[in-house]
Ligand binder design. Structure first.
Ligand SMILES: NC(=O)c1ccc[n+]([C@@H]2O[C@H](COP(=O)([O-])OP(=O)(O)OC[C@H]3O[C@@H](n4cnc5c(N)ncnc54)[C@H](O)[C@@H]3O)[C@@H](O)[C@H]2O)c1
Length: 448
């Protein structure tokens, strides 16, 4: 399901006037006319992340937000106010319970729906959006189980409606620079990459009483308490998409190569018990709770062509934030921790060079175009670039650069790593979500 979204596949299920007239096999003149139309969006979930994305999105040209859904009245109204202040029109609110998004997606004045709710809701919401003919832009990870990954793929294939997981680390300035270096062959043929989500998140796991079951706590701005139950029942890499997104792009995963299997192991679990004990005393029930999640998970992946990947998930120990990328090919190596690169024949013999040395020549074209506007927005500007690329795909009726196969393949690492950990680090095979198309799918346009 690569390339343009065909008229037949897209019209099925599409309700909006914009979509019906903006199919890419129409003559160029028609497409140009549609560029002048606004891309009409809705947000589902406007907590911390959704509100950040909304603020960024409202700075893009040619967009309007027509509807917002959130189960918390305060969050919903905050989003409505923000959008109204910027665009002069108040989006319609959907706040009548957790299933109200199903009414929202049926609106005829929407082209796309952005989902930034807790993880359990990502697949049901993206699927509902696609079935209603709306592009789905879904936060990370897009799915929690192998079945959900398949559901996303099958729904997108059957409806012809794209789904983009909004993996913003792919659009970090340095990650794009690396992508350009890889594509220009400067690092040679890819061999090995490492990366991790290594972020001390303990403070966000509990409210001001050391609990995570108070439904009102998130109204008081106390962390992502919906996350904590995952640490109680799951053990693996729960958040792999930030590091694997760029790595998969460097390695052309699902576009010439594919992940074949992984093995995963977790350390013992200490961090959350110690956090609660230190803050609220040893008698607190959550100081003695049995957290399934090991403090440091390490997952190793092999690709069909013979590349290797190491991923870390490390969120409940004291440590500075670090994505820890290492990108290594037959001609050289980049290491994020050193902010340095070494390229055989270019760098002084066995001496690291600052990555800045290569900035001017190899800055990614996307960053050259969007960087100035992007950099005042979240995550070093990558949130702006992510939304820009999503909106561009919707406007042009194209597949987004990160398509549904990427969403499934990057997200499935979580359930596969859990299975491997549970089986004593046994190898677990990746499903082939493309059903063989990975052999002939072309590398990303962004990458060429
Ligand atoms: N890409 C990134 O860099 C990044 C950063 C932070 C968070 N995230 C992702 O964003 C998502 C949200 O995280 P957050 O920190 O904003 O959490 P949050 O708790 O602050 O926000 C979630 C919002 O969803 C609402 N919600 C829950 N169920 C709902 C339902 N059924 N219908 C409508 N609204 C519902 C909640 O009321 C809340 O306002 C998570 O999936 C997280 O992984 C991504």
């Amino acid at each position: 399901m690569s390339g343009k979204v065909t008229r037949r596949r897209f019209v099925r299920g599409v309700s909006s006037a914009f979509a019906a007239s903006a199919i890419l096999d129409l003559p160029q003149r028609t497409v140009m006319a549609n560029h002048e139309k606004k891309v009409r969006l809705a947000f589902v979930g406007v907590g911390n992340r959704g509100t950040g994305l909304l603020k960024t999105l409202l700075n893009l040209e040619g967009v309007e937000v027509n509807a917002v859904s959130d189960i918390r009245r305060a969050h919903l109204e905050r989003a409505q106010r923000l959008a109204e202040a910027k665009q002069g029109k108040r989006p319609v609110g959907y706040g009548e319970g957790p299933e109200d998004f199903r009414k929202l997606v049926l609106r005829s004045d929407l082209d796309a729906v952005i989902v930034a709710t807790p993880w359990e809701w990502h697949t049901p919401m993206a699927v509902a959006a696609m079935k209603a003919g709306k592009y789905a832009g879904v936060e990370v990870p897009a799915a929690l189980t192998v079945d959900e990954c398949w559901e996303l793929v099958k729904t997108s294939e059957e409806t012809g409606v794209p789904c983009m997981m909004l993996e913003n680390v792919c659009y970090f300035r340095d990650m794009l620079l690396l992508l350009n270096l890889v594509r220009q062959g400067v690092l040679g043929e890819m061999l090995h990459c490492e990366g991790g989500y290594q972020h001390d998140s303990r403070a966000g796991c509990f409210d001001d009483k050391g609990n995570f079951d108070d439904p009102q706590a998130s109204d008081r701005g106390l962390g992502q308490l919906w996350y904590t139950p995952h640490t109680v029942r799951r053990n693996g890499n729960l958040y792999p998409t930030h590091p694997i997104g760029p790595i998969a792009q460097y390695m052309n995963i699902e576009r010439g190569d594919r992940f074949t299997y992984l093995v995963s192991l977790s350390s013992k679990s200490r961090g959350l018990n110690l956090w609660v004990e230190n803050k609220f005393g040893p008698a607190h029930k959550n100081a003695r709770l049995n957290y399934a999640l090991g403090d440091i998970n390490t997952t190793l992946i092999k690709t069909h062509s013979g590349c290797t990947v190491v991923l870390y998930y490390d969120t409940q120990s004291p440590r500075p934030y670090d994505l820890g990328f290492r990108v290594q090919g037959t001609r050289g190596i980049y290491e994020m921790a050193k902010d340095s690169i070494y390229i055989e024949g270019l760098s002084p013999h066995e001496k690291w060079e600052a990555i800045e040395t290569y900035r001017e020549k190899y800055e990614h074209p996307l960053w050259r175009t969007l960087g100035a506007a992007a950099q005042k927005h979240g995550h070093g500007g990558s949130d702006y670039v992510t939304l820009h690329q999503f909106v561009k795909a919707v406007r042009e009726r194209n597949q987004p650069e990160q398509d549904v196969y990427d969403a499934a393949t990057w997200s499935v690492i979580s359930p596969l790593s859990e299975k491997s950990v549970a089986q004593g680090s046994a190898p677990v095979e990746f499903p082939d979500f493309t059903r063989g198309k990975w052999k002939t799918r072309k590398p990303l346009e962004i990458s060429s």
